[in-house]
Design a protein around this ligand. Structure first.
Ligand SMILES: [Ca+2]
Ligand SMILES: [Ca+2]
Ligand SMILES: [Ca+2]
Length: 267
């Protein structure tokens, strides 16, 4: 109830600000993600459309929890499909660096790509058993060395350039992907927060405002993730991988790729 009141107040305040700003500066550079409509609104999302806050989060949790789960060994081949380079069907595009690399170079050696848990598996300690540790909506191919540098760090702006990281940056307590992957990361993290609510034998995963979350089931920083969601809207690549996961593997969707404005509607 309190959250609802705050949100309403904030909406009014934002609307007022927009009007005042509009008088002097008609060209706004940053606007919140616009409400979107998708082919799934009348079917898949019908019990969620029109809701906000905890009511929206709860409805989405129910919707996306109906899914097929795959084993960790099956993740290799799945990623070769979900993250295929649109310009080279023999390659995958690596998260964080943006590098296109041969699908056949999956493994653990320098120069290989491996299975990055965007929601670090130590945050909530879900490991690699079937469940959050094998959920394709947050698993991405990544360069072995870049993945190692990311480790289990929380996400935040700042730091120095990651070697061969494509513009990603890192410091002692946080990691930032290259700009083109920031929205993807935000939407993956927030998917995990909605999908895993502690009712299926795994920890209740939630975003917070901290870095250095360690093994706690939290991932920061929420305010930065929200800004990244706005700055890097869903791309055709991201939408296609959501569709492949839905059609072929898990039969559930990441709601924040379909409706990026639902990030602000919940948080
Ligand atoms: Ca930091
Ligand atoms: Ca992107
Ligand atoms: Ca949760």
């Amino acid at each position: 109830m309190l959250a609802t009141r705050i949100r309403r107040w904030k909406s009014v305040a934002l609307a007022t600000t927009a009007v005042l700003v509009g008088l002097t500066a008609p060209a706004l550079t940053a606007t919140p993600a616009a409400a979107t409509t998708t082919a799934y609104d009348a079917t898949y999302y019908k019990n969620a459309v029109g809701k906000t806050g905890t009511s929206l989060k709860s409805s989405l949790h129910t919707i996306i929890s109906s899914q097929t789960k795959i084993s960790y060994s099956a993740v290799w081949d799945a990623l070769k499909a979900t993250d295929q380079d649109p310009n080279n069907s023999s390659n995958v595009i690596l998260l964080y660096s943006g590098v296109s690399r041969a699908k056949s170079l999956n493994g653990g050696d320098v120069g290989d790509w491996n299975r990055e848990h965007t929601w670090a598996k130590s945050h909530g300690d879900f490991g690699e058993v079937t469940g959050p540790g094998t959920d394709l909506h947050h698993l991405r191919p990544a360069d072995v060395q870049v993945n190692s540098i990311r480790g289990n760090l929380d996400f935040d702006n700042g730091g120095s350039a990651v070697t061969n990281g494509g513009g990603s940056t890192v410091d002692s307590d946080s990691f930032a992907p290259r700009a083109a992957d920031r929205g993807d990361v935000a939407r993956m993290i927030l998917y995990m927060a909605v999908r895993y609510e502690g009712d299926d034998g795994f920890a209740n995963l939630e975003p917070n405002e901290k870095v250095g979350n360690g093994s706690n089931p939290y991932m920061g920083k929420l305010s930065v993730l929200k800004a990244w969601n706005e700055a890097d809207p869903p791309s055709a690549f991201e939408e296609k991988r959501n569709q492949v996961i839905y059609d072929t593997y898990q039969h559930n969707r990441n709601p924040f790729i379909d409706h990026p404005e639902w990030v602000e509607a919940i948080w």
